[in-house]
Structure formats: C-alpha cells, structure tokens
Design a protein around this ligand. Sequence first.
Ligand code: TYD
Length: 209
Amino acid sequence: MAEAYPGLFITLEGGDGSGKSTQAAGLESWLREQGREVIRTREPGGTEVGVEIREIVLHHRGDIAPRAEALLYAADRAHHIATKVRPALERGDVVIQDRYLDSSVAYQGAGRDLGMDEVRDLSMWATGGLLPDLTILLDLDESAARLRLDSARTRFDRLENEAATFHRRVREVYLDLAAAEPERFLVLDATDAVATLAASIRSRVASLL
Ligand code: TYD
C-alpha cells in the first residue's frame, strides 16, 4: 500500500472455476448500496486493446512461446492500469478486478516455468509498481475446479486445457504468494457457501473503507 490515492484496489484470484465472478458481482452490489462508486473489471480484456489481446492469449490456435505469453499479459495489464484502473483509483472509486499480477506469477511464472520473480518484476514495470490494497484468493483444489468447469462448459480456453499438474502447481504458488504477503491477501476456501464467502469478503473490505 505504498501509493497514495483515494480509491481502493481489490483483486480476486484463484483457479479457473473458483467462483471469482460470483463474488465480484456480490461485492459490487454491496459497495454500491454503501454509496461507493465501483468499477468492476478484469484481466485479460478490461479495455478495447485488452479484448484483442485476450483473444490471442486465450484462443490462438497453436503454441505461443512462454515469454511471449507473459509479455502479452503484461501488455494487456500495462494498458488497463494506465487507462482505466489508475484513473478510477485517483477519482476515489473502488476497483474490483478479476485477476491481476498474481495470476501472471502463478500461471506464467510457475505453470510455464518462467522465473516467478522475473514475471512479477515485468508486471511491476508494466504498471509502474501498482499493488492491490486487498487480494482475495478463492482457493480450490484442482479436481474440484475441474468438476465445476466440466459441468459448466463445453469449450475450454488454452489455459483451462492444461494438464492437472499445471493447475496443481498454480494453486501451490497462489498459496505461497498469500503466505508471503498475509497483509495483502485474504485466503478463502472456495468450497464454502457463496453467502459465507461473501460475508467474509464484506467484513474485510469494510475494514479498509
Ligand atoms: P479468466 O477470464 O479470468 O477465466 P476464468 O473465469 O477461468 O478465471 O482468465 C482467463 C485465463 O487467463 C485463466 O485461465 C488464467 C489466465 N491468465 C494468465 O495465465 N495470466 C495472467 O496474467 C492472467 C491475468 C490470466
């Protein structure tokens, strides 16, 4: 929380199928009831440029070299933070964002075997060093996540198609990141009831408002 801006920057992280969107939507409604201005956004794809980058990173047919993939996510992030997120934080809005740099560290850094520190540094460079005030990690083990996805969809993106070991590794890295920065992270068990999770999130956010 090194930066001074009047807004609040909240990110949600977790494996595919961990319920981030449901919790983001619930938190947004609750904050609006409190009279707060809220922006809900996501990476990749929170801007027009980002939508095009998202199409490449998630749906390109064929391989993308790991470093190129990391740079594409970083490019999406750089543009998103500069044009949408920072201006909102400077206005005093609450930004609720589905995925941020921890996704890159977990998926590109660990899942793809790029150095985790390097991937984090790349995102820090891309964003001028912006860290969230709060990161909510919806922790879900790989097999539970797969079950949820299988019942919900017929078409999987490039990352969702990765093997179980990839997703196990991603989960471990998320938990390590949370342990390393306990003041920034709120780790929740994604198998808890939606209402239970929402209550935990609201109480932590209330303490930051
Ligand atoms: P998202 O659209 O949030 O999908 P989901 O609803 O499944 O969470 O994210 C799409 C994918 O992008 C997801 O599998 C994780 C991946 N991703 C990265 O690999 N690196 C990143 O930096 C980000 C932001 C996402």
